[in-house]
Design a protein around this ligand. Structure first.
Ligand SMILES: [Zn+2]
Length: 263
């Protein structure tokens, strides 16, 4: 009898201990390190630009890079730069909200010649306000036309956008904005030509920088066109409402770089 009671007590204890163990194990399912990795990069809170370099080892350059973008365009060296030869074509409209920007993906066939090298246009996307500033001044928006050459080097052309008249091509893009994030909207029967989003006068500044989003890879050939194009207040607001946050990385130091300006 005593042995049986002892056995029952032992069993109860064992169950209690096991239950205790199970309880203790629960928090271990989500270790702190794992929770930390779930912070996605963005433009506010823990994932804000100031923290990008610490979010993942492959984003380290965002924090330590010395040739980063964007920059404030201030001191420039005027020189005889070749004008950029744009050879863009109509491309079927494929538009996506990737959660960080609105992006138009381009089919092969559109290219630019920059400094004697040919780069294919991959995509273009938008930021509000501008990422580059000119002597500390922001424009309302900035478009980035992202190109790649055969060697895999990137060349990005930046176009400033300021409040003014409505832009027809922007309207076509904005009328076909996808409602879902990361779902590409392939719009039947509509083609766009990015040439229509370029200003007529295309003097530019040139420097070597980086991607302005993680992993912030360097060696990007940047050309920022000085003259802005115009977009309406409504078009700017529609973009800002959709993004819900300013999607511009703050400017970074020029450090030992030279910023060239076409004459
Ligand atoms: Zn960009």
């Amino acid at each position: 009898m005593v042995r049986r009671i002892g056995c029952v007590i032992f069993s109860i204890l064992l169950v209690t201990v096991m239950a205790g163990c199970q309880k203790a194990e629960k928090p271990a399912e989500k270790p702190a390190a794992e929770v930390k990795q779930e912070v996605h990069w963005g433009y506010e809170g823990e994932g804000a630009p100031a923290n990008w370099g610490k979010l993942k080892p492959e984003y380290a350059l965002c924090g330590t890079g010395q040739a980063q973008s964007p920059i404030d365009v201030d001191k420039t060296y005027k020189t005889a730069l070749d004008s950029i030869a744009f050879a863009y074509k109509q491309t079927p409209l494929k538009i996506v909200n990737n959660g960080h920007a609105i992006q138009v993906n381009c089919e092969p066939g559109s290219s630019v010649m920059i400094d004697g090298a040919k780069y294919e246009l991959l995509q273009f996307h938008f930021h509000a306000p501008s990422e580059h500033t000119v002597q500390g001044k922001f424009y309302d928006m900035e478009m980035h036309l992202v190109h790649k050459n055969e060697a895999g080097d990137l060349a990005v052309v930046g176009v400033f956008m300021k409040k003014g008249q409505a832009n027809k091509i922007m309207q076509v893009l904005w009328d076909n904005l996808p409602t879902e994030v990361n779902k590409e909207n392939v719009v039947e029967g509509i083609s766009v030509d990015a040439t229509s989003l370029l200003p007529k006068v295309r003097g530019y500044v040139h420097y070597y920088g980086s991607l302005t989003t993680p992993p912030c890879s360097e060696g990007v050939n940047w050309s920022v066109i000085k003259a802005p194009i115009e977009v309406s207040e409504e078009q700017i607001q529609k973009f800002k409402t959709l993004m819900g946050v300013d999607n511009n990385r703050p400017v970074l130091p020029v450090n030992k770089r030279f910023v060239l300006e076409s004459k």
